[in-house]
Ligand binder design. Structure first.
Ligand code: HBI
Length: 95
């Protein structure tokens, strides 16, 4: 059973993810990415999709032309879990 992160664990984790913003509803973290054009944005989404599938943890996201808004929350935990933090770190490493 995956658990929501404790307040302390959240603070520590988010300190290492300064580009990400805490979202209240649903409990998670969000980040906006802007790319040169649509193909660059969609190419990034493709790479994230591969990483997400491997992690069995999937983003909630919206793409408009060269903009990508990504929300990470753990449905099975009902909020922010370590899986979200791990995936955010992997996403940052793709940039
Ligand atoms: N992705 N964000 C997110 N949250 C989940 O709970 C989740 C997921 N991807 C797959 C997944 N859970 C599976 O383990 C099943 O629970 C659906």
């Amino acid at each position: 059973m995956i658990e929501k992160l404790s307040e302390e664990a959240r603070a520590l984790a988010l300190a290492n993810l300064p580009e990400w913003t805490v979202v209240a509803e649903p409990d998670g973290i969000s980040r906006r990415f802007t790319f040169p054009d649509f193909v660059a944005a969609f190419g990034f989404m493709t790479r994230v999709a591969i990483v997400a599938e491997k992690a069995d943890h999937h983003p909630e996201w919206s793409n408009v032309y060269n903009r990508l808004d990504m929300l990470l929350t753990t449905h099975d935990a009902g909020g922010l879990s370590q899986r979200d933090i791990d995936l955010a770190q992997e996403v940052e490493a793709l940039l």
